[in-house]
Design a binder for this molecule. Sequence first.
Ligand SMILES: NC(=O)c1ccc[n+]([C@@H]2O[C@H](COP(=O)([O-])OP(=O)(O)OC[C@H]3O[C@@H](n4cnc5c(N)ncnc54)[C@H](O)[C@@H]3O)[C@@H](O)[C@H]2O)c1
Length: 321
Amino acid sequence: MTEKKKILVVQPIHHAGIELLKNNNKFEYEILNDANLENIKEKIKTCDGLSLRTAKLPGEVISFGKKLKIISRHGVGYDNIDLDYCKKNNITIAITATANAVAVAEHVFFMMLSLCKRKNMFDETVREGNFKNKNSLPSTFELWEKNILIVGFGRIGKSLIKRCLGFEMNVYIYDPFVSEDMIKSYGGTKVEILEDSIKNMDIVSLHMPLNENTKNLINLSILKKMKKNSIIINAARGGIINEKDLDIALKKNFIFGAGLDVYSVEPPENNNPLLKNDKTILSPHTAALTDECRKRMGVETIQNLIDFFEHKLEKFKQVEL
Ligand SMILES: NC(=O)c1ccc[n+]([C@@H]2O[C@H](COP(=O)([O-])OP(=O)(O)OC[C@H]3O[C@@H](n4cnc5c(N)ncnc54)[C@H](O)[C@@H]3O)[C@@H](O)[C@H]2O)c1
């Protein structure tokens, strides 16, 4: 009989994912609730594959996993894993490629609508007994016929465009790696130069990875080019927008508002000025954490591990290293 593969579940996931392991006699598993690096180092020693949520996995920690063949991310970002180490040591990285695009795209709508309809201010007005003052409150905006620039046209960008077209918005795409034909087939218009196109946009929503090319891509010089009434949403990765610059742009009324799900440091530090800026709407990196999406991610994370060991993990679920 072949030996059971040992799976380490680093940080708890939806029980529907765990059920897949419980019901499969080719695997044994252990759930690591406290994902501090010392714990991971100890437990990784004997495992063949692991599932990973947000914990950071530097090469120094992965190196304890002498049998480790695969890291299965619960999500699609993999900036918390030492990619060089994995490449050199032939460790596969899998992502939940089909699980979370819709949840993130809906979250962008939650942020766009909350900002345009002044959700925070209106809610407070009623609760504080100021209903009668409604005519002196600032105006709100529609999404209808507004120009949105989706930066990054991958899984989430493609899910977002469908929803934007449903709201009859004009959708522009900046993604140097996606063809004009592909963008047209989704009903969008490709733009070539971010700095130029951003001047005409009412909304900019970021959906690309964080890497050396995108770090601080949105800085004061870009923000200054945006329309005064425009908003920017970041549900991709913290660090793509320079947070100090964003705070300045909001305070100086270069732009109208910002929706942020991700931060350069998570949790954001207490002195992060954006926490006190009332032109922002904030969420704690929860864009993909709907009930439905948690379940999909939990199941796909584990299914990817099972598929890997059964030699049938599809290519599009593997990170190209
Ligand atoms: N907030 C959350 O909870 C959450 C959840 C899921 C994904 N994300 C993040 O959202 C982002 C997008 O995820 P996805 O699944 O759509 O990824 P994806 O890999 O499917 O798509 C990313 C796209 O970005 C494009 N791109 C790369 N560099 C670019 C650049 N410099 N300018 C413009 N476009 C560029 C790529 O060509 C690709 O089409 C990732 O950063 C991911 O980590 C966040």
